[in-house]
Design a protein around this ligand. Structure first.
Ligand code: TXA
Ligand code: MG
Length: 326
């Protein structure tokens, strides 16, 4: 039975499990989170696997206090004002990541920005203080299900996939945190949530832009972030490597090739491949090859999300609205 009442002993056990790379569900003031050590790419891949999410969208990293957040991202004076006004609490700030930021590429979906939040729930705070590392945590429900607002919800959805569920009772807000992007010239509200527009505008001092107000299409959360795409062209399902191409390999043996090559997983393990995907794309991009040839990757489990991202990378530049063919 992974559900335990949250108390100092079970919270310490949760922190130990997280540091060991396991998944732990915990209450926040918004919804229950499915947590993993954000600095451990394999643990972050396990989040996507457990949720059955068909896509790698960037995740929120949770930390115990604002000082920890300031070490991970670059905060403008406005970002600092917002952090001091609303943390701990249900506001997530997207800021440029510092070069020293140890958060795994998979948790930020390869972006140069990072989403940070300091939750106010006492169980979450104690857990994060115990882990002393950023914890990536989307809502603790299977993909497509409603966000979990009680430990029983989490158990019904993910009971067999997490090492521990810390029960802290029903959550206070029941909706996710508001996500505010402070990485550009003006703040942009990426996801409305538990902190209201009016509350944020009071601190910002001017009306807030929302992506829809800017003329963008309404879009589901997670689709709004500009997605990391390599500068090189991407050629899928390669059965041979052409002269001048770099190779993104999967499994053993890789295609014969003398040029730049990155094998996502020699063992053919999809979790390892997911954990290494964004680093692989960056490294092959840096090799200067004009095209990255990608070996076929199976479509089951995490393979669906890996193929989704590669398919988007292979689509015509600038078109992030594409959906993968089914
Ligand atoms: O209330 C919450 O925020 C819950 C609880 C568990 O804390 N967590 C949650 O996490 O909803 P998650 O990871 O599912 O939220 C992801 C949201 C998406 O809308 C995503 O697009 C945005 O945060 N996001 C994350 N990183 C981003 C980035 N670098 N740039 C833009 N948006 C980002
Ligand atoms: Mg959710």
């Amino acid at each position: 039975m992974p559900v335990v009442p949250a108390n100092p002993d079970t919270i310490a056990e949760g922190a130990r499990l997280l540091r060991g790379g396991r998944l732990v569900a915990f209450p926040t003031e918004t919804v229950y989170g499915l947590g993993a050590d954000a600095t451990n790419a394999m643990a972050v891949a396990a989040i996507f696997e457990a949720k059955g999410r068909p896509r790698f969208n960037p995740l929120i990293s949770h930390v115990a206090d604002a000082e920890s957040a300031f070490r991970l991202g670059t905060f403008s004076s406005m970002a600092t004002r917002l952090a001091l006004a609303f943390w701990p609490g249900p506001l997530t700030l997207v800021v440029p990541r510092r070069p020293s930021c140890p958060i795994a590429d998979l948790a930020t979906a390869g972006l140069d920005t990072v989403a940070l939040r300091v939750p106010s729930h006492p169980v979450a705070r104690d857990l994060l203080a115990g882990v002393a590392r950023p914890v990536a945590a989307p809502s603790a429900n299977r993909s497509g299900h409603v966000s979990a607002t009680s430990a029983a919800h989490v158990e019904a959805d993910l009971g067999d996939r997490v090492a521990l569920i810390l029960d802290g009772g029903p959550t206070e807000h029941g909706v996710e945190s508001s996500v505010l992007d402070l990485s550009g010239a003006a703040p942009v509200l990426l996801r409305p949530g538990a902190v209201t527009l009016e509350e944020m505008e009071l601190i910002i001092g001017s009306p807030l832009e929302t992506p829809t107000a800017r003329g963008g299409r309404p879009s589901s959360p997670g689709q709004l972030a500009s997605h990391y795409a390599p500068g090189a062209a991407v050629r899928l399902n390669a059965t041979e490597v052409l002269p001048g191409e770099a190779l993104l390999a999967f499994g053993s043996p890789p295609l014969p090739h003398g040029g730049p090559c990155f094998n996502l997983s020699l063992a053919g393990d999809l979790r390892e491949a997911a954990a290494r995907l964004f680093s692989a794309l960056r490294e092959l991009d840096r090799s200067g090859a004009g095209t990255i040839a990608v070996m076929p990757i199976p479509g089951h489990g995490l393979g669906a999300a890996i193929n989704d991202r590669l398919w988007r990378a292979a689509a015509p530049k600038g078109d992030t609205s594409v959906a993968m063919p089914s």
